[in-house]
Design a protein around this ligand. Structure first.
Ligand SMILES: Cc1cc2nc3c(=O)[nH]c(=O)nc-3n(C[C@H](O)[C@H](O)[C@H](O)COP(=O)(O)O)c2cc1C
Length: 196
């Protein structure tokens, strides 16, 4: 797949086939993720690969309950929307995916988070190139950063879970997506020499 094709055809996938992913394929995606740039080449990331649908479904259920409890008495608009979304009994936060990838920054520093986001996106593009669907589950991030969850998964407390990403072979690729045209502020003209 050409780069532009992978970029253009990547979509968030929320419905997965049962098929597991071969460890060698997951390794190849991580190999792509670490090609991302990072400030001063610190490469402040590590990867947790969680396998097994039952394990992932259990994490999903517990994250959902925790989130529901968290927004239960919060009257802000965002919380009301989230409450509505989460109260759907058919909703699995992790979409019954066969693989959950956690891109983890080795510190809570902002720069390490930004670098890890780049690695996460590189991984998502490489996945698309390999015919694998992904969905970044930002809503589950606070739960994965709880000390008890980290302990269960063996993630050091001083690490920060940046990107919980579910992945697997899609049942179907979502169709049709839209982006607003970019708002671009040009400063100067191509003929300018950069003087002010
Ligand atoms: C930081 C981040 C957090 C996200 N969190 C969630 C989430 O919790 N649940 C979900 O279903 N999708 C989540 N998404 C996916 C977005 O909804 C999706 O990227 C967006 O609607 C654009 O659609 P596309 O990815 O198909 O282009 C998240 C995406 C990003 C980048």
């Amino acid at each position: 797949m050409e780069f532009r094709e992978a970029l253009q055809n990547r979509r968030s996938v929320r419905s997965y086939q049962d098929a597991a992913l071969e460890p060698s394929i997951i390794q190849a995606l991580i190999d792509a993720a670490i090609l991302a740039p990072s400030a001063v080449n610190t490469q402040p990331w590590e990867f947790w690969v969680v396998l097994g649908r039952d394990r992932i479904n259990s994490l999903s259920d517990r994250a959902k309950s925790w989130l529901l409890e968290k927004v239960a008495h919060d009257p802000t608009a965002g919380a009301v929307d989230q409450r509505q979304h989460l109260s759907d009994p058919g909703l699995s936060l992790l979409y019954y995916a066969p693989v959950l990838m956690l891109v983890v920054a080795k510190s809570f520093e902002k720069q390490a988070n930004e670098d890890s986001c780049l690695a996460a996106f590189a991984l998502m593009l490489a996945a698309r190139d390999a015919g694998i669907g992904t969905c970044w589950i930002g809503s589950a991030r606070p739960w994965f950063n709880l000390p008890a969850t980290k302990k269960e998964l063996g993630i050091p407390e001083s690490d920060c879970v940046v990107a919980p990403i579910v992945m697997g072979y899609p049942k179907a690729w979502p169709e049709g997506y839209s982006r607003r045209p970019a708002t671009i502020h040009w400063v100067g003209k191509p003929s300018d020499k950069g003087n002010h």
